[in-house]
Write a protein that binds this ligand. Structure first.
Ligand code: FAD
Ligand code: DHB
Length: 388
């Protein structure tokens, strides 16, 4: 078969790209190894930046965010004995939205289905060929048949384990692995806070997030290699209560039934360039950030904003200026978010070294206590404009 853009991966990057391309009059075919149900149910990110929401709204994907999402003015930053609210709207004029990646994914699937988008789920043996000239992708479809797609362009939106990133020869890779992981739980209980709490504690970082009025999402810093099943529910809630300051100034953490437990290792990874010949990378296929600061999904959306514009100009108008600039343009934001995620991570996770702990507390007091410090965090967290 033949199409204009062969998109590998039906995560948020791949589906949003197919959506924006279609709006610009460019056709695509999407390949995905997993089933549609699996992709829609994967529990991952939970926070959308201001500019991500603006972009999704402009693309006609904002109705459910407005109806069911929850707009937050800011976050709480805390350490033992102190909790401070950072008001992003006051500091920068920009807010963030609590809206799960599962919901973004469902909205994208519904929109692509309504538009009759060709998506092949449960494919295997995906391979990229001839990237310098007349590129094509081969794969085995769900029925076991060998297939081939010829395209003007291949978009690698296949995350950190897909084949696209490895198809860029002589790429430069920057990587940092952190000596701790996040233990994440989902619980059927109303959040004990109106906005997210990022908590520094001598026993490790904790985060109170949420998905809705009746579902809470919480995280604990744990050593790498922790087995989520080795922690009882009581132990998880006790540890969260201690680190999040249950009892401090009358605040209470309400426990509830835990419906999901997982451990997420943390690393920073940036691969450059994000283009080789007719292959373009977007999202986790090109970069991974540690989750502190909620940048991963937002960065994938920002890449796709640039890439869709570049591919529409190239394919429809034969104008390759944005396509040639894509990798450099995207990397500016990638490094800003890589730095911010590293900065949040190293400010909030304890290493066991008392010197590091004093530096972290000093930095937290400065960020929470100075308008300049708070504005720096707010600008990065609520997100820089698309095209930064
Ligand atoms: P993905 O969502 O990974 O999508 C890539 C798609 O490609 C997948 O559907 C995959 O199945 C498919 N694929 C892989 N190989 C192939 C192949 N050979 N052929 C075809 N398709 C293929 N970010 C946050 O901001 N906050 C969080 O709390 C957070 N939690 C996370 C938890 C986990 C466990 C993970 C893995 C990530 C988390 N992230 C979080 C990061 C965020 O979810 C990602 O940045 C985001 O999903 C990136 O979207 P993407 O479309 O680039 O990649
Ligand atoms: C969530 C994840 C994050 O990494 C973060 O910084 C805030 C919230 C979440 O899953 O809700």
């Amino acid at each position: 078969m033949r199409t204009q853009v062969a998109i590998i991966g039906a995560g948020p990057a791949g589906l949003l790209l197919s959506h924006l391309l279609a709006q610009g009059g460019v056709e695509s075919v999407v390949l995905e190894t997993r089933s549609e149900e699996y992709v829609a149910a994967r529990i991952r990110a939970g926070i959308l930046e201001h500019s991500s929401v603006e972009l999704l709204e402009a693309a006609g994907l904002g109705a459910r965010i407005r109806a069911e999402g929850d707009e937050h003015r800011g976050i709480y930053l805390q350490w033992p004995g102190e909790r401070h609210h950072l008001d992003f709207v006051d500091l920068t004029g920009r807010s963030v939205w609590v809206y799960g990646q599962t919901e973004v994914q469902k909205d994208l699937i519904a929109a692509r289905r309504a538009a009759g988008q060709e998506i092949h789920y449960e494919v295997s043996d995906v391979a990229l060929h001839s990237l310098d000239d007349r590129p094509y992708v081969t794969f085995t479809d769900a029925s076991g048949a060998a297939r081939r797609i010829d395209a003007a362009v291949i978009a690698g939106c296949d995350g950190s384990f897909g084949p696209s990133r490895a198809a860029v020869p002589a790429a430069t890779v920057h990587e940092k692995v952190y000596p701790y992981s996040w233990f994440g739980i989902l619980a059927d209980v109303a959040p004990s806070t109106d906005e997210l709490i990022y908590a520094w504690h001598p026993d490790g970082f904790a985060l109170h997030s949420m998905r809705s009025e009746s579902v809470s999402r919480l995280y604990l810093q744990v050593p790498n290699g922790t087995d989520p099943q080795s922690w009882s529910d009581d132990r998880i809630w006790d540890e969260l209560a201690k680190r999040l300051g249950h009892g401090q100034d009358g605040w209470k953490l309400t426990p509830g039934p835990i419906t999901d437990k997982s451990v997420l290792p943390m690393r920073s990874y940036v691969q450059t360039p994000m283009r080789h010949g007719h292959l373009y990378l977007a999202g986790d296929a090109a970069h991974i950030v540690p989750p502190t600061g909620a940048k991963g999904l937002n960065l994938a959306i920002a890449d796709v904003a640039l890439l869709s514009r570049a591919l529409i100009a190239k394919i429809k108008d034969n104008d390759g200026v944005y396509a040639d600039a894509y990798s450099d343009d995207a990397q500016r934001r990638v490094w800003r978010c890589t730095h911010f995620s590293w900065w949040m991570t190293t400010m909030l996770h304890t290493s066991g070294d008392p010197f590091d702990a004093e530096l972290q507390l000093s930095q937290l007091r400065w960020v929470a206590g100075s308008r300049a410090g708070a504005t720096g965090l707010a600008e990065n967290y609520a997100g820089l404009p698309i095209g930064y």
